[in-house]
Design a binder for this molecule. Sequence first.
Ligand code: SF4
Length: 245
Amino acid sequence: MTKTNSGSLSLEGFTFEESWKEKRNRAEKIVEILMKTHPREKLLIGDPYRTLIHCIISQRMRDEVTYKVWERLFEKYRDIETIANTPVEEMQAFLRENGVGLWKTKGEWIVKVSRIILEKYGGKVPDDINELMKLPGIGRKCANIVLAYGFGRQAIPVDTHVNRISKRLGLAPPRVAPEKVEEYLMKLIPKDKWIYMNHAMVDHGRSICKPIRPKCNECPLKELCPYAKGLVTDDDIKGNTKTAR
Ligand code: SF4
């Protein structure tokens, strides 16, 4: 195993040998192919506040359900002032009636987050990852989603698809936490493509690189993928412990 470092990141946790240079070259080819196979004419860049509320609702929910509830919520409550003035119990009841899991916690977060943004940030969602992560219900993934899709900043939100595919592709070691996956991707992928990676990997994860039985034979990344060559397995990835091997 090659034991070189790049900043705080190490090549030691990977299950196959590859230099940083080789990894970067391969990452660039992967991005090129993903951009062709999962094209997006326009990136979804919307309103930071609505993006943030969407992210809270979406936790452990299917996308289609999240989107419908999110639309209904803004039809009913319209803006941040209305939501901040809504009793927590009412918001919880709204989420429960609309089939949202964890409705109790999410209802509280939605109202509290709105109050904090109004009181502490003058009604504007902060565009800083550390400030975003101080808000109730906002972890690193959500903060990056707000930065990328709300503000249009270059950020890499690592959700379940990005986490799994990055590891199968050997762009991150199989046993690192999602925050570390983000660091490896930022190191390997040109910055102007960061925002694109979440889109591309989510599309790819839903259509081809599925959690169970990925369709490697149909995958345009097959030649570049250590998983397809048996060098990384799902057993390697399971566990998600915080320490690289
Ligand atoms: S070759 Fe298989 S594991 Fe690799 S990215 Fe494609 S579908 Fe996923």
